[in-house]
Design a protein around this ligand. Structure first.
Ligand SMILES: CC(C)(COP(=O)(O)OP(=O)(O)OC[C@H]1O[C@@H](n2cnc3c(N)ncnc32)[C@H](O)[C@@H]1OP(=O)(O)O)[C@@H](O)C(=O)NCCC(=O)NCCS
Length: 176
């Protein structure tokens, strides 16, 4: 299914044919256009990743590198892996990413939400989160969690996420 955003900050001004959208990004893609940049952006859970490009994207937001082989395995075990692409007929560019783990039935946890700094502040992170939640909803998952870094808590709060009361519910265990 193809969703077209009708929001106020991101409006449709250019087009990409349904056939092209389907061909490049798969049948579950979500396309929107940023008015100022006049670029077409597409969220897709179907389009495969170049792991080097993903590694580079995650480095642009300052995260430490992880062995590509382990990242590949982590993606294979994730229940939803989403790329946000700046559309180009031949060379779509990966500008955003997120993935979810979970049981695939009842619960999911969102990880690795990242937007390339060049594209931050344009509403893309919000669109990416919308797409993820709509895809999780489609498979019937209604309880979603994530671990927000302190400096991005308000990004999630603005989208309706509730914070757990400090120290009363969450438990963590680290191997070292
Ligand atoms: C956090 C992140 C995904 C947000 O993406 P983005 O595309 O810049 O965010 P958007 O433009 O969609 O912002 C949506 C709203 O959240 C706000 N917002 C964005 N980043 C924010 C931040 N770091 N802190 C607080 N609010 C933020 C915006 O001001 C905007 O508010 P508005 O709806 O009132 O205009 C992006 O900044 C990022 O990749 N950061 C580095 C990686 C990271 O920290 N990821 C989160 C791991 S938990």
């Amino acid at each position: 299914m193809i969703f077209r955003n009708q929001g106020s900050s991101i409006k449709k001004s250019k087009t990409i044919s349904k056939e092209e959208l389907f061909k490049v990004y798969g049948s579950n893609s979500y396309e929107f256009i940023h008015q100022i940049k006049e670029e077409i952006f597409v969220c897709s859970k179907d389009k495969s990743f170049d792991l080097i490009e993903l590694d580079q994207l995650l480095q642009t937001v300052g995260w430490s590198r992880r062995p590509i082989r382990r990242v590949k395995r982590a993606l294979e075990f994730s229940i939803l892996v989403v790329g946000l692409w700046s559309h180009d007929e031949k060379f779509p560019r990966l500008v955003g990413f997120a993935r979810c783990t979970g049981d695939g039935v009842l619960e999911a946890t969102i990880w690795d939400v990242a937007i390339n700094p060049v594209y931050q502040g344009l509403g893309l992170g919000k669109e990416l989160m919308k797409y993820i939640l709509s895809e999780l909803k489609k498979i019937g998952i209604s309880k979603v969690t994530l671990f927000a870094d302190a400096e991005v808590v308000s990004f999630y709060k603005k989208q309706g996420w509730a914070l757990e009361p400090k120290g009363s519910k969450c438990a963590f265990w680290y191997a070292n």
